[in-house]
Design a binder for this molecule. Structure first.
Ligand code: SAM
Length: 376
C-alpha cells in the first residue's frame, strides 16, 4: 500500500536547474558549505543551515532556494499521492513556520522534475497546497503575490518538496543579453556567462581573481557584474583591446567593480605583475587555448602546465585554481594527449592539487573538463 513514508522539516532545500547535477552540487558546496542530495536527487540538495538568497544570487546552476522547507516521500508501487496526507503534512509544516496571512497574498509555484506520471500533476498538487493556505486565511494571487511557496514533485523518486521560495525567477537574469555574440568584441573562444560564473563561484575568492589568458574577457565581464575584483592578461594585444571594450560595455550594463587588464605572458607572471596586486590575488581562473586539435597537442599541454607553475607563484596558500581544459570525447578522455592521472601529477608537481573534475560536452568530438585545484 502506498503511504507517506517520511517527512522532514529541512532548514533549506536548493533546487537545481537540471543542467549539470554534479556541478550544481560542487557550486552549492563552494557557495554555502556542506550540502547533501535529498534522497539521491541530483536536482534537490539540502542544507541543515538557514541559507539566504544573498549567498546564492550569482549562482550558475540554481533555480530556487526553499527556506524554510519540508518534504514527504511516497513509497510503494505505483506511487500514489493521497490528497489528505499531503494537505495534513503541509498544514502541519505551516504551523512550524513564521508565515502568516498578514504577510500578504500568496501563490504556490509548481515544478516537475523527472517524467510525467498520472496523479502527479505538479499544478494539481499545488492546488491542494493552495486550498490549505486559503483555509487558514491566506488570499491567493497567482499574478503578483507577496509570498511564493515553491513546490517540486518527482514521481520517480516519490518526492514532494515545498518551502518558502526565495527566487521568483532563477538567478540567471540577463544571461541571454550577455551571451558572447551580444558583446561588442566577440571571438568563437568567448566564454559564456554560465561557465564564467561557475569558475568564479568555484574559485571562492575573497580578493582579486586572476585570469591570465583572458581572450575576449568573458571571466572579467562576469566578475565585474558579480562584484568580484579581477585582473586579466593576454599575450595578444588585439584580445586585450577587445576585452577592454567588453569591460567598458559591462560597466555600462550594471558592473559594480572595475576589471583590471594588461598585455602579458601568462608563463611569466611573477616577473610582470605589480607587487601591490600580488598581495591581493587569491584565486585563478584559466581558460587556455583549445583551438583545432589543441586537446591532442603536447605543446598546448606544456603551455598549460607552465601557466599553472607561473600562477602558483603569485597566489598564497589555500587559494583555488579553476580551469576549463579541452578533452577528446572518445572513451579514454585524453587531455592534451595525456591521461587524467598524468595531468593531475603534472599539476601537483607545480604546486596545484586537483580536488575535482567535471565533463562538459561541447560537440561530437570534444568535451571540456572543468578542473578545480587548490594549492598543494
Ligand atoms: C580560449 S582563449 C580564452 C577565452 C576567454 N576565456 C574568453 O572569454 O574570450 C585563450 C587565450 O589565451 C591566450 N594566450 C595564449 N598563450 C598565452 C600566454 N602565454 N600568455 C597569455 N595569454 C596567452 C590567447 O591569446 C587566447 O586569447
Amino acid at each position: 500500500m502506498n503511504h507517506a513514508a517520511g517527512n522532514g522539516h529541512m532548514q533549506s532545500i536548493l533546487v537545481g536547474s537540471g543542467w549539470h547535477g554534479q556541478l550544481f552540487a560542487a557550486e552549492m558546496s563552494a557557495l554555502v558549505g556542506k550540502v547533501n542530495p535529498l534522497f539521491g536527487s541530483q536536482r534537490l540538495l539540502f542544507s541543515a543551515t538557514a541559507l539566504t538568497a544573498s549567498d546564492l544570487s550569482f549562482s550558475a546552476t540554481l533555480d530556487d532556494l526553499l527556506q524554510p522547507a519540508a518534504h514527504i516521500v511516497i513509497s510503494g508501487e505505483p506511487k500514489e499521492v493521497k490528497e489528505d496526507d499531503l494537505k495534513d503534512a503541509f498544514a502541519e509544516w505551516l504551523t512550524t513556520t513564521s508565515l502568516t496571512p498578514e504577510m500578504g497574498t500568496v501563490a504556490v509555484r509548481p515544478t516537475r522534475h523527472g517524467e510525467r506520471a498520472s496523479g502527479w500533476s505538479a499544478s494539481a498538487l499545488a492546488g491542494h497546497l493552495g486550498a490549505v493556505l486559503s483555509a487558514v486565511g491566506w488570499s491567493i494571487d497567482l499574478e503578483d503575490p507577496q509570498v511564493e511557496i515553491g513546490l517540486v514533485v518527482n514521481c520517480q523518486s516519490g518526492l514532494i518538496v515545498w518551502g518558502l521560495s526565495h527566487f521568483s525567477a532563477p538567478p540567471r537574469a540577463g544571461w541571454k543579453q550577455r551571451s558572447p555574440t551580444q558583446r561588442p568584441f566577440f571571438k568563437p573562444v568567448s566564454l559564456d556567462p554560465r561557465h564564467a560564473r561557475l569558475m568564479l563561484n568555484l574559485v571562492r575568492s575573497q580578493g582579486v581573481i586572476l585570469d591570465p589568458m583572458c581572450g575576449t574577457g568573458g571571466i572579467g565581464v562576469e566578475a565585474s557584474l558579480m562584484g568580484i575584483s579581477s585582473l586579466s592578461l593576454d599575450l595578444d594585444k588585439e584580445m586585450v583591446a577587445g576585452a577592454k571594450e567588453n569591460f567598458s560595455w559591462a560597466s555600462d550594463n550594471g558592473a559594480t567593480v572595475e576589471a583590471g587588464l594588461q598585455v602579458g605572458d601568462a608563463t611569466e607572471l611573477p616577473n610582470i605583475l605589480d607587487a601591490t596586486i600580488l598581495e591581493e590575488i587569491n584565486g585563478v581562473c584559466v581558460d587556455p587555448p583549445y583551438g583545432r586539435n589543441a586537446w591532442r597537442s603536447e605543446e598546448a599541454g606544456n603551455l598549460f602546465i607552465r601557466v599553472c607553475a607561473s600562477t602558483r607563484k603569485v597566489v598564497g596558500e589555500g587559494s583555488y585554481l579553476v580551469c576549463m581544459l579541452p578533452c577528446e570525447a572518445s572513451g579514454d578522455e585524453k587531455i592534451y594527449g595525456q591521461s587524467w592521472s598524468e595531468i593531475c601529477a603534472a599539476m601537483e608537481e607545480v604546486g596545484w592539487k586537483v580536488n575535482g573534475k567535471w565533463l562538459i560536452p561541447v560537440h561530437a568530438s570534444m568535451v571540456r573538463v572543468m578542473v578545480l585545484a587548490r594549492t598543494a
